[in-house]
Design a protein around this ligand. Structure first.
Ligand code: C2E
Ligand code: CA
Ligand code: CA
Length: 879
C-alpha cells in the first residue's frame, strides 16, 4: 500500500508575531488571522472527512453485502472526497484480455453497461480506461486532449468529457482494472491531489474485491462439495437399499431347495418389486432337449396364464438364444420383429427387460419384467439388478442339478431350529425371529457405514460430512466459529503391543467414553481409526473455548485406566485447528488439526498445539521422510516379508502374502503404516511396489511348494495406469512364474475410482489366470452389486471382523451375523473367503463354525523374511 496522501493544505503556516504592530494594521492582521484560522479549519475538516472516508471504505469492503451494494457505497464515499457524479470501475481479466464494467454511473451515458458483460480489450481500442490499465499509470485531463496526446483522437470512445481522471487499480502488484471519474462541466475539474486520493481509494477497492472474490470462490467450492456429498448420500442410500435386498435374495437362494419353487419365486418377486416396478414379472425355464419354454412363475396385468410353448419366437427365446440381457423399448421390439428375430406377441409392452439365467455358461431360463405403461420404463440399473437376481436363481438351479446341497452351517441350523419349532406349532414365532434377525443385520450394515465398530462412535466419513456443514455455516455467518480437535493417545501402541489387542481395545473404548464426557451436543466425537479421535466443536466463542476443551480432555485421559485388573497409563496429545475462511475442504481442516497434533507430540506429548500457518516444521519432517524414502530406494532397503495364508482346518499353507518392510540403516524394521501414506501421496509407492512385485514373484519358487501362491498388494494408483496389467504380466513371465500362482489384492477404494479402467486391468490379469482378491472387505461402503462387475477370485474379510468376534460375546452377536451374510453371499457368487487377522484359537474355531475355510493371522504365522520360511521348510503351520 502506498502511504495515504496528505490532505489539502493551501494556507502557509502561522506567521511569526509582529513585535510592534503599526497602527491601523491591527484590523488587517485580525482579518488575516481569521482567514488563516478558517483555512486551518477547512484543512482539518477535510482531513477528517478523508479519514472517515478511508474508514468507511474498509468497513464497506469487509461487509457481507452483495457486491453491487458495496460498489455503490464506494461510489458514495468517493463522492464525499471529490466531484464524482460520473464514476465507474472496470475490472480486467488478464488471461482473456477482457474488461467488465462492474460499476457504472454516468449522467450522459444513462444506459450504463451490464456488470457481467465481458468486453474484449480489442473492441475498446480508443478507450482511455484501457490505456490506464495497460500503461499501469494514471491519466488526467480533458478527454480529447488525453486522446490526442496518446495518438488516438480518431478512435474516441463514449461522450467527450471536460475533465477525465482514471487511475489503475492494483492489488499485490497486479493491475486488476481501473477506477475513473469524469466531469462534463467546466466548473468541475480534477487536481493532482484528486489523482492521489483516487489512487489510494482504488487500491482499497482492489483489495476488497480480491477478498470478496476469494470468499465467493470458497462458497462456490463448499456448495459444490455439498452437492457432491448430497448425491453421494443418495447414491449410498440406494446402494444400501440394494445391498439389503441383495442380501435377502442371497439368503433366499442359498437356502432354497427343490421343495417349494413357487414360494421361492414369489419371495424373489416381492424383493425385486421393492427395487423396480415388477408388476409384470415372470420366470421362464428352457428345456434344451425338447426346445420347450415353460413359465413356472408369472404375474401379469394382462396375461393371466402363460402356457408352455415349443420352439417359440418371443423375446424370451431371443434372450435365451443370445445369452445376453435385453432392454427393449418399443422401437427395439419393432426392429427385432422386422428383422424376423422375433414374432410379435399378443400383448404389446412399452418396455421389456429380460436377463438370461446361466448354468455352466449355458442358458437355462430367463427372468423378465415388462411394462404396459408409458411412464414406467426400465433402466440400465434395473438390468444390472435383474442380472444379479438371475445369477442367484441360476445358482440355485445349478446346485440342484448338480445334486449338491450347498448349505452354510448356520442355514442348516436355522432350518433345523425352525423345523423343531414348527413341530411345536410355533411357526409364527420363528418367522418373527427370522425377520427381526434379518432387520438387525440391515440396521447394523447401515450403522456400520458411518460408525466405528469398536467404539460405536461416528467415523471419519460422518465427521467430514458434519464438517462440511459447519464450514458452510461459517462462511455464511463468519462469527459462528468452530474448531476441530485432533487427538491421539500417547503410548497406545506400546500398550497395545505389550498387553495385547484385547486390552488395547478396552482402553480405546474407555478413552472414547471419557472424551465423550468432555463434549456436549451438537459437538461430534469421532474415531478416525487406531488411537486417533477427533472432536468437532461447534459454536465456540473463541480459540480459548477450544483450548479449554482440549485441556479437559487431556486431564481425563491422564487419569489411570483400570483394565482387566491392570493399571495402565496413557495420555493424549491434541491438535487444534480453528475455522478460517481460507479452508476449501473439510479434509484440509482435519489435516491441519492433525499437523498441529503431530507438533504437540513432537513438543513432548501430553500437550496441545494450535495450528498456525508456520507449521512448516511438520512439512519439513514430511520432506525429511520423503528424502529418506528416496535414499532407501537407492540403497534397496525395502524388502517383502511373507505371511502364510492357510487352510483353517489343518493349517496347510495355501499361499503367502507379501508385506512391505523397510530395513532402516539403524537396524530397525518399519511396517508400512509409518510411510505408506506419504509414499502414496508422492507416488513413490509405484516404484516401491514394482520392486516388491519383482522380489515376491521371484521368491515364489524358493518360498513355497509347487501349488501355493504368492499374493501382492496393489496400491490404488496402479489400476489407473492403463498399461499396468500388461506390465504386470510381463513381470510374471520374466520371473517364469505361472500366473495362477500369483494373486493380487485390491481394495474397494481402488475399484471405485475410475471403475472402467480398474475393471479392464483386472479383466486382463484374470484372463491370464492371475487370482484377484478383494482386500479389507467389509470396511468399505460400496454395494455388493459392485462385486459382480469385477472378475474376483475371492474376498479377504477385514481383520476387524475377527477381532469383533470376541468383543461381541453372545449378547450382541458381535460380527457374526455379518460374517454369515458374507459367507452366504460369497458362496453363491462362487467366491473364496479368507479371514484376516486371526490371532487366537478361539477366533479360529468361531470362524470355522461360521463357514470360513481360509485364514491368515498371527495365530498361524507372523510376517517374516523369506529365509525364515525356507528354514522352516515345508512344515505346516501349527494349528
Ligand atoms: P493388509 O493388506 O490388510 O495387510 C494385513 C496387515 O495386517 C499387515 O500389516 C499384517 O502384518 C497385519 N496382520 C496380519 N495378521 C495379523 C494379526 O493377526 N493381527 C494383527 N493385529 N495384524 C495382523 P502391515 O504389514 O503393517 O501392512 C499394512 C498395510 O500396508 C497392508 O494391509 C497393506 O494395505 C499395505 N501394504 C503392505 N505391503 C504393501 C505393499 O507391498 N504394497 C502396497 N501398496 N501396500 C502394502
Ligand atoms: Ca493385503
Ligand atoms: Ca487386508
Amino acid at each position: 500500500m502506498t502511504t495515504p496522501p496528505s490532505p489539502r493544505r493551501t494556507a502557509p503556516g502561522p506567521a511569526p508575531p509582529d513585535p510592534v504592530p503599526p497602527p491601523g494594521q491591527a484590523l488587517a492582521d485580525a482579518e488575516r488571522e481569521i482567514a488563516r484560522l478558517r483555512t486551518e479549519l477547512d484543512r482539518r475538516a477535510h482531513a477528517m472527512r478523508f479519514q472517515e472516508a478511508l474508514f468507511a471504505i474498509s468497513e464497506v469492503a469487509s461487509s457481507s453485502k452483495p457486491t453491487a451494494e458495496v460498489m455503490a457505497a464506494m461510489h458514495r464515499i468517493v463522492g464525499t472526497l471529490m466531484y464524482a457524479e460520473n464514476f465507474f470501475i472496470a475490472l480486467r481479466d488478464p488471461e482473456r484480455r477482457t474488461l467488465r464494467f462492474v460499476y457504472f454511473a454516468d449522467s450522459e451515458d444513462a444506459d450504463g453497461l451490464e456488470p457481467d458483460l465481458e468486453i474484449p480489450e480489442s473492441e475498446l481500442r480508443g478507450s482511455l480506461t484501457v490505456q490506464v490499465i495497460q500503461r499501469q499509470q494514471a491519466l488526467r485531463g480533458p478527454s480529447a486532449q488525453l486522446a490526442a496526446s496518446l495518438g488516438m483522437q480518431d478512435e474516441a470512445h463514449g461522450p467527450e468529457s471536460n475533465d477525465w481522471l482514471g487511475v489503475p487499480m492494483t492489488s499485490d502488484g497486479i493491475t486488476q482494472g481501473a477506477v475513473v471519474v469524469q466531469s462534463y462541466r467546466p466548473e468541475h475539474s480534477y487536481s493532482a491531489e484528486d489523482e492521489q486520493l483516487l489512487s489510494y481509494v482504488a487500491e482499497h477497492i482492489a483489495t476488497a474485491l480480491a477478498r470478496r472474490q476469494s470468499t465467493i470462490e470458497l462458497e462456490r467450492r463448499v456448495q459444490q462439495r455439498t452437492e457432491a456429498l448430497q448425491t453421494e448420500v443418495v447414491e449410498r442410500e440406494r446402494a444400501e437399499r440394494l445391498q439389503t435386498a441383495l442380501y435377502r435374495i442371497t439368503a433366499l437362494a442359498s437356502r432354497h431347495e427343490s421343495d417349494d419353487d413357487a414360494r421361492f419365486y414369489a419371495d424373489v418377486h416381492s424383493i425385486v418389486g421393492e427395487l423396480i416396478d415388477a408388476r409384470n414379472f415372470y420366470i421362464a425355464l428352457w428345456d434344451e432337449t425338447t426346445d420347450e419354454t415353460s413359465f413356472p412363475y408369472s404375474v401379469d396385468e394382462r396375461t393371466p396364464t402363460r402356457p408352455s410353448r415349443k420352439a417359440g419366437q418371443g423375446l424370451t427365446e431371443y434372450v435365451l438364444h443370445s445369452g445376453e440381457p435385453l432392454l427393449a423399448t418399443e422401437s427395439v421390439m419393432r426392429e427385432l420383429n422386422a428383422l424376423g428375430a422375433t414374432t410379435p406377441g399378443q400383448q404389446s409392452a412399452s418396455c421389456w427387460l429380460g436377463v438370461p439365467m446361466m448354468v455352466d455358461d449355458a442358458p437355462v431360463g430367463v427372468i423378465a419384467v415388462q411394462s404396459y405403461r408409458a411412464d414406467v420404463r426400465f433402466t440400465h440399473r434395473d438390468l444390472e439388478l435383474l442380472s444379479f437376481v438371475g445369477t442367484h436363481i441360476a445358482a440355485a438351479i445349478g446346485r440342484r442339478r448338480a445334486g449338491v446341497a450347498l448349505r452354510q452351517a448356520y442355514l442348516d441350523l436355522e432350518h433345523r431350529v425352525s423345523e423343531r419349532t414348527r413341530e411345536l406349532g410355533l411357526a409364527n414365532e420363528t418367522l418373527r425371529q427370522q425377520i427381526s434377525a434379518r432387520e438387525g443385520v440391515e440396521r447394523q450394515l447401515k450403522h456400520q457405514a458411518l460408525h466405528d465398530s469398536l467404539t460405536g462412535l461416528p467415523n471419519r466419513q460422518y465427521l467430514l460430512d458434519r464438517l462440511v456443514a459447519s464450514m458452510a455455516q461459517h462462511s455464511a455467518q463468519p462469527e459462528r466459529l468452530f474448531a476441530v480437535l485432533f487427538l491421539d493417545l500417547d503410548r497406545f501402541k506400546v500398550i497395545n503391543d505389550s498387553e495385547g489387542h484385547l486390552v488395547g481395545d478396552a482402553l480405546l473404548r474407555e478413552a472414547a467414553k471419557r472424551i465423550g464426557e468432555c463434549v456436549r451436543n451438537p459437538d461430534v466425537l469421532a474415531r478416525l481409526g487406531g488411537d486417533e479421535f477427533a472432536v468437532l466443536l461447534e459454536r465456540i466463542r473463541s480459540v480459548e473455548d477450544a483450548i479449554q476443551v482440549a485441556e479437559r480432555i487431556m486431564q481425563v485421559l491422564d487419569q489411570p485406566f483400570f483394565i482387566e485388573g491392570r493399571e495402565l497409563h496413557s495420555s493424549a496429545s491434541v491438535g487444534v485447528a480453528v475455522a478460517q475462511p481460507h479452508y476449501a475442504s473439510a479434509e484440509e481442516i482435519l489435516r491441519d488439526a492433525d499437523a498441529a497434533m503431530y507438533r504437540a507430540k513432537a513438543d513432548g506429548r501430553k500437550r496441545y498445539a494450535l495450528f498456525d500457518e508456520d507449521l512448516r516444521h511438520l512439512a519439513q519432517q514430511r520432506l525429511e521422510l520423503e528424502r529418506e524414502m528416496r535414499r532407501a530406494m537407492v540403497h534397496q532397503e525395502f524388502e517383502p516379508y511373507y505371511q502364510p495364508i492357510v487352510s483353517i482346518a489343518n493349517g496347510a499353507v495355501l499361499g503367502y502374502e507379501a508385506l512391505l518392510r523397510w530395513n532402516r540403516p539403524d537396524g530397525s524394521v518399519r511396517a508400512p503404516g509409518a510411510f505408506l501414506g506419504l509414499a502414496e501421496e508422492t507416488g513413490m509407492i509405484e516404484e516401491i511396489d514394482w520392486r516388491m512385485y519383482a522380489s515376491a514373484i521371484g521368491d515364489l519358487a524358493r518360498l513355497t511348494p509347487s501349488h501355493a501362491y504368492v499374493s501382492v498388494n496393489l496400491s490404488p494408483r496402479h489400476l489407473l495406469a492403463p498399461d499396468f496389467a500388461t506390465r504386470f504380466l510381463a513381470l510374471v513371465r520374466d520371473q517364469r512364474a505361472h500366473p495362477s500362482r500369483v494373486c493380487v489384492e485390491v481394495t474397494e477404494g481402488a475399484l471405485i475410482d475410475r471403475k472402467d479402467l480398474a475393471r479392464a486391468a483386472l479383466e486382463t490379469l484374470h484372463r491370464a489366470g492371475v487370482r484377484i482378491m478383494l482386500d479389507d472387505f467389509g470396511t468399505g461402503y460400496s454395494a455388493l452389486s459392485y462385486l459382480q462387475h469385477f472378475p474376483l477370485h475371492g474376498l479377504k474379510i477385514d481383520r476387524s471382523f475377527a477381532t469383533a468376534l470376541e468383543s461381541g460375546a453372545e449378547t450382541r452377536g458381535g460380527s457374526r451375523p455379518i460374517i454369515r451374510a458374507i459367507v452366504a453371499m460369497a458362496a453363491s457368487l462362487e467366491l473364496e473367503v479368507v479371514s484376516e487377522g486371526i490371532e487366537t484359537e478361539e477366533q479360529r474355531k468361531s470362524l470355522w463354525t461360521l463357514g470360513i475355510r481360509q485364514g491368515q493371522g498371527y495365530h498361524f504365522g507372523r510376517p517374516a523374511p523369506l529365509q525364515h520360511w525356507i528354514d522352516l521348510g515345508a512344515q505346516p503351520a501349527a494349528v
